[in-house]
Write a protein that binds this ligand. Structure first.
Ligand code: ADP
Length: 320
């Protein structure tokens, strides 16, 4: 059972079972032109609204032939008038399409009609870690271990394919019906042309931004994802990001000085705190590699479950 994203219905029943909507609101038609000149049409039912992003609205899409259900990102072509916006979308599609890993949201299909671009993605019915933290406030260490391991697995795959995600944060980590983590939103990702290439520009404002991006000198590389992983681990344990303040300038100053503390009222093991300190190293060249992080005591001291039970969407695992 999963969670329904409809907030209104949560008042009466906070965790209704997940059920796809087949009541047709709209049929979306994909036109496929075959090499022999024939035209083929594929029909999708555009169902329940799942969420809204920067320039996409996301709905449940059902392939009416196969009954396969996906998350359909609908991007209005009218919003893509600037050539940079088009280029960014094309780059996101090209990178995402090339990725095949169990902890990365599967790119299923891509097509367009006169009005929109449609990106069909693996459906993740249990929302993101952002909603989970909102409900639970913070997670137990066993959950943090379980989720961090899956994120590291996805990052190892990305980096091995010369891809830097550059926007690792709660809202880009989805949960499936089985409670697997799926890394999504490759909107800020970049693929390096060669080993050792340094990236200089970054579009958008990534949330868990690394200090070397703020400094701007010498460019940045894979280590920015490692930094975000440290910020993510802290956020999952504490319930808010380490450098959070009310204004962005102060936050950026805190990041550059690596200035954060662990709140005393939250009981955290020494290993958990040491794990965050191990990752959040200002100099990117001194930051640990993903393999070194995997050997850290926080991830080796006990056995870590592969998946958490769905009950943890609402309550900590110890309450079971
Ligand atoms: P954008 O790239 O425009 O920021 P997002 O990828 O953030 O768009 O998607 C916006 C929202 O749509 C998400 O916050 C989430 O609620 C929903 N969503 C996106 N992808 C999926 C998915 N694969 N499964 C389920 N819901 C999704």
């Amino acid at each position: 059972p999963g969670l329904q994203s409809d907030i209104k219905s949560k008042k009466s029943n906070p965790f209704p079972p997940y059920s796809p909507t087949l009541s047709s609101e709209t049929i979306v038609l994909e036109t496929i032109r075959k090499p022999n000149g024939d035209t083929l049409y594929k029909k999708y039912n555009k169902g329940r609204f799942l969420g809204k992003g920067g320039f996409a609205r996301v709905y449940e899409f059902t392939d009416l032939e196969t009954k396969n259900i996906t998350a359909g990102k609908v991007i209005e072509k009218a919003s893509l008038t600037k050539s940079r916006a088009r280029q960014k979308l094309m780059s996101e599609i090209k990178i995402h399409k090339s990725l095949h890993h169990k902890s990365i949201v599967k790119f299923e299909h891509f097509f367009e009609d006169n009005e929109n671009v449609y990106i069909l993605l693996e459906l993740c019915t249990n929302q993101t870690l952002s909603e989970l933290i909102r409900r639970r406030k913070r997670l137990t260490e066993i959950e943090v271990q379980c989720y961090i391991l899956q994120v590291i697995s996805a990052l190892k795959y990305l980096h091995a394919h010369r891809v830097i995600h550059r926007d690792i944060k709660l809202g880009n980590l989805f949960l499936t019906d089985k409670m697997e983590i799926k890394m999504g939103d490759l909107g800020l990702a970049t693929k390096l042309e060669y080993d050792g290439e340094r990236k200089r520009t970054i579009c958008g404002t990534p949330n868990y931004i690394a200090p070397e991006i703020l400094e701007g000198k010498g460019g940045h590389s894979y280590e920015v994802d490692v930094w975000s992983l440290g910020v993510l681990a802290y956020t999952l344990m504490v319930g808010r990001p380490p450098f959070e303040t009310t204004d962005i300038k102060t936050t950026y100053r805190k990041i550059r000085m690596n200035s954060y503390t662990f709140p005393e009222h939250i009981p955290l093991s020494e290993e958990a705190k040491a794990f965050v300190r191990f990752i959040l190293i200002i100099e990117p060249e001194s930051r640990p590699s993903l393999d070194q992080i995997l050997e850290n005591p926080f991830l080796t001291k006990n056995t870590i479950p592969q998946l958490m039970p769905a009950s943890t969407l609402a309550v900590p695992p110890s309450a079971n």
